[in-house]
Design a binder for this molecule. Structure first.
Ligand code: 5GP
Length: 181
């Protein structure tokens, strides 16, 4: 299937599933080398990271734990701007090596909020692993240490990513066909 329509938008296949899997294989190798013996805690950010988290941890033959959080985001007062809260985090993070699993890092605002929240719990380390990273859109100074695939500034779906609820189940990555270009 090389083209799909989701709601009112058309998408074309951009990265086939085999290439996504090969990129996750490589990333798993990097993480295994770094975290073997450290019993890392992987924290997947729902909803989008369910696919990446499952594909990654099944390739990691090291002792590790995995949990999931949701980011609840709402507008605070004018002075505080956007406020974010991590929902569902029950594990003790103090002294743990934490790896945040994100489906996609775009501007980096979400990563910034997650990092600020997690650091309050005094983990030994926090790193970010992303299935997809848009370097041209990134505005933060937090290093995105582990990236499966770098992509241009296009809107994409598939492999966990949605367009208004649809498309998360598509194998591979699809990008929007810009009909107004
Ligand atoms: P941020 O700008 O904070 O790095 O990304 C915020 C969120 O925007 C991501 O977690 C993701 O939910 C959404 N997002 C950013 N780029 C895309 C994209 O290309 N496709 C989809 N489906 N979501 C995206």
């Amino acid at each position: 299937m090389s083209k799909v329509r989701l709601h009112d938008k058309d998408f074309e296949l951009f990265i086939p599933e085999g290439e996504v899997h090969a990129a996750i294989d490589r990333l798993a190798g990097e993480l295994r080398a770094k975290y073997n013996g450290k019993r890392p805690l992987f924290i997947g950010v729902l909803n989008g990271a369910f696919y990446f988290a499952a594909e990654l941890v099944k390739r990691l033959d090291i002792e590790c734990e995995i949990t999931f959080v949701k980011v609840a985001s709402y507008h605070g007062t004018r002075s505080t701007g956007r406020v974010s809260e991590l929902i569902g985090l029950n594990e003790k993070l103090e002294g743990r090596h934490v790896v945040v699993l994100e489906d996609i890092v775009d501007t980096g605002n979400t990563v910034r909020h997650i990092m600020d929240s997690l650091l309050e719990h005094h983990p030994a380390s926090v790193s970010i692993a992303a299935l997809l990273f848009k370097p041209d859109a990134y505005k933060q100074d937090i290093p995105i240490e582990y990236v499966a695939v770098r992509i241009p500034n296009d809107f994409v779906v598939g492999s966990g990513l949605d367009h208004d609820g649809l498309g998360r189940n598509l194998p591979g990555i699809y990008r929007i066909i810009n009909t107004h270009a």
